[in-house]
Write a protein that binds this ligand. Structure first.
Ligand SMILES: NC(=O)c1ccc[n+]([C@@H]2O[C@H](COP(=O)([O-])OP(=O)(O)OC[C@H]3O[C@@H](n4cnc5c(N)ncnc54)[C@H](O)[C@@H]3O)[C@@H](O)[C@H]2O)c1
Ligand SMILES: [Zn+2]
Length: 403
């Protein structure tokens, strides 16, 4: 019953978007993007502004011309309102508020309205920055994402969030704003540096561990091919991981993260801390791999997961090329405690209430817990540190080198 004198307002808004997989998205005869942009109002000509990751542009020097030519060929349906706008790739896209102001200014100058499109092409960082700018113009301009990294194609790009960094805090400013559509062009991944490609595997391993044992078995069986970057296995990994992430967001009942449980953040309480402790020298995916290894060992130590399964997980991480140890795990605070463990409190604060961390009860089955035993975590990390060969282990070298 309503409290007297109170009007209770309740409604829900259905969201629906396609995640398309294609190759050669800007080949003139590829209809995928044209059809997505014109699906809702086929009679109209659709105006679009393209924001492109400068790192992608540098690796694909012909892309700008190919985009312009695509809009020319499809001019009956599409209009490119301005030359492609370049944004710096990587975290730089999210650290400088002047870049967001520049995007807002460009959207304003070209009269991008709520029926027009922002097409964002790039890694997760550029998608986050361009998505945030689009979401805050006219209270939300239609955004089509074309992710260009393994991580953004198989995880972040298919999700509903965007964000930029502010006050030294990652993703402090941001919105929940589902995209109009996502187009994953697997060909774009070919130019990705090896380190970036491998980092993206961590999110696929993560989602397999919490949701799909058969997918984990498949990754294990294909780990060497994935490490080599073979096109077939890479494509399967991206498609299946994107599907599992998208399905989780749609079906787990909390797409806008109102509650405390965030199963897709398995392994992330330490990952976020390791990223900041290394000043982002560690890639997000690498940090997630370290976090997944740690939380799998912890799951075994508290009797949830069989010990051999924890070892199997670590072996798969190593086999695809991810580090399972990094010197940042050893950084100490003045009181002697490991700095990474502060990630637990940061995570609780981010959730906004009770600590809820996902662990594993089996491969393919996550389980939520509300406490972590920091003394036990210290002991696990001590044991792991002692197992490292003196003077820098293989795992360290892999984590530290940029390729
Ligand atoms: N919104 C979300 O839900 C969400 C989720 C997870 C991560 N993220 C964010 O994603 C970001 C990380 O994204 P990322 O791992 O995709 O990498 P990234 O965006 O940091 O890009 C890494 C580097 O690769 C370059 N690059 C991108 N695609 C390329 C290609 N095809 N060929 C050559 N170079 C290419 C970029 O220019 C950049 O230098 C972080 O800022 C993280 O916070 C967002
Ligand atoms: Zn992640």
């Amino acid at each position: 019953m309503n409290p007297p004198g109170t009007l209770v307002q309740q409604f829900s808004v259905p969201f629906r978007y396609e995640v398309a997989f294609t190759r050669g998205v800007f080949r003139p005869d590829n209809p995928v993007l044209r059809d997505i942009l014109s699906a809702r109002e086929p009679q109209r000509r659709h105006r679009a502004l393209v924001v492109l990751d400068a790192g992608v542009a540098a690796s694909h020097p012909d892309l700008g011309a190919a985009i312009a030519a695509y809009f020319d060929v499809h001019e009956a349906h599409l209009e490119l309102v301005a030359p492609v706008v370049l944004l710096p790739g990587g975290e730089a896209a999210k650290n400088d508020p002047a870049l967001i102001t520049r995007l807002h200014t460009t959207l304003y100058a070209h009269h991008i309205d709520r029926q027009s499109f922002v097409i964002a092409i790039g890694g997760g960082a550029v998608l986050d920055a361009a998505g945030y700018a689009a979401a805050t113009c006219h209270r939300g301009v239609r955004t089509v994402r074309l992710p260009t990294t393994v991580l953004s194609q198989n995880d972040s790009g298919v999700g509903v969030k965007n964000g930029i960094n502010a006050f030294g805090a990652k993703n402090y400013l941001g919105t929940f704003f589902p995209p109009f559509a996502v187009v994953n062009d697997l060909d774009l991944l070919a130019t990705l540096p090896r380190r970036e490609r491998v980092a993206g595997y961590a999110e696929a391993i993560k989602v397999a561990l919490i949701r799909d044992a058969a997918f984990f078995d498949w990754i294990e069986a294909n780990a060497v091919a994935l490490a080599r970057g073979e096109a077939g296995p890479l494509a399967h990994l991206v498609v299946r991981s994107a599907e599992l992430h998208a399905r989780h967001i749609a079906q787990a009942g909390d797409p806008f993260e109102l509650g405390s449980a965030k199963p897709l953040d398995f392994g992330h309480w330490s990952a976020h801390k390791l990223e900041s402790l290394t000043d982002h020298e560690l890639r997000h995916g690498e940090a997630v791999g370290l976090g997944v290894a740690l939380d799998s060992r912890y799951s075994a130590a508290v009797g949830l997961l069989a010990q051999p399964e924890a070892e199997r997980i670590e072996a798969v991480l190593l086999r695809v090329g991810l580090p399972t140890w990094h010197p940042a795990l050893e950084l100490r605070k003045p009181d002697g405690r490991r700095a990474v463990l502060d990630g637990i409190e940061d995570f609780r604060e981010h959730l906004g209430g009770e600590l809820t961390v996902t662990l594993l009860r089996a491969i393919g089955q996550g389980v939520e817990v509300n406490t972590l035993d920091t003394a036990l975590l210290e002991r696990l990390l001590d044991a792991r540190a002692q197992a490292q060969p003196a003077g820098g282990a293989a795992g360290r070298a892999r984590g530290a080198g940029r390729s």
